[in-house]
Design a protein around this ligand. Structure first.
Ligand code: C5P
Length: 239
């Protein structure tokens, strides 16, 4: 069985570098990855990522890249130089952008896992129609995921809602990274649809992303350990 800690990604949704590094120091050894998102990366930039990497911790750089292929290639190259382990790109950038991103990542000495973001979960069915896309959101997610797979992508960020469909479709060929996770009995906050860590793992998640339930806990390391215990149980007793 894999180390269940390696499936846990903590979202560093904190205001600044000091708070981020404090969280990393408290949680090192308890979780698998630290997710650096757009807000904190825009504020603190590469030095934050370097500081986390110097501590020997894994970084998921969640920049959701979406631009012309040449520009995205350049951004992937820069992220590879930072030594990150995971990086997000938008599937809707299309095959040429995704193929370029994959090629660029593969040419690095330690390629990160590129993850495609499909439909943003903030979009309503009405928003999707306004964008000129027919059919259901789930159909659109499926099309984007298949196109991403055909372009060389081997990981997807998806909601708990799409997890069963993606698990059926890809049967382990795509790593599935799932946010919107809430330990049993904790507050949903602004997440509309949630799963517990164990439920997500049993439904086929390879990694779960957890922010507030860990960062806002009285004792973040114990909160992370409880989540890891739930993951361990799910891995030892799959559905
Ligand atoms: O605090 P919480 O556990 O809700 O944080 C979840 C993290 O996952 C946040 O960084 C959020 O931006 C991210 N995320 C999400 N839903 C998505 C994609 C990313 O909650 N569909």
């Amino acid at each position: 069985m894999n180390d269940p800690r390696s499936s846990l990604i903590v979202a560093l949704d904190v205001p600044d570098r000091a708070a981020a590094i404090q969280a990393v120091d408290r949680l090192a050894g308890h979780v698998g990855f630290f997710k650096v998102g757009l807000e904190i990366f825009t504020r603190e930039g590469p030095p934050l990522v370097e500081q986390i990497r110097k501590r020997g911790e894994n970084v998921f750089l969640d920049l959701k890249l979406h631009d012309i292929p040449n520009t995205v290639r350049g951004a992937v190259r820069s992220a590879c130089r930072l030594g990150v382990q995971m990086l997000t790109v938008h599937a809707s950038g299309g095959p040429a952008m995704l193929e370029g991103a994959c090629e660029e990542a593969q040419s690095s000495s330690s390629p990160p896992l590129l993850l495609a973001v499909t439909a943003l979960t903030s979009l309503s069915p009405e928003d999707v129609r306004t964008l000129g896309i027919g059919g259901s959101i789930e159909d659109w997610v499926e099309k984007l995921a298949l196109m991403a797979y055909g372009s060389g992508i081997r990981g997807i960020v998806a909601s708990t809602k799409e997890l069963p469909m993606l698990h059926r479709k890809f049967q382990g060929e795509m790593k599935l990274v799932i946010p919107g996770i809430r330990p049993a009995g904790s507050a949903q906050q602004d997440q509309a649809r949630t799963a517990t860590p164990g439920e997500a793992i049993r439904s086929g998640a390879d990694f779960i992303v957890v922010g507030r339930p860990i960062l806002q806990a009285h004792d973040p390391a114990s909160a992370a350990d409880a989540i890891v215990a739930d993951i361990r149980q799910a891995l030892s007793k799959p559905a």
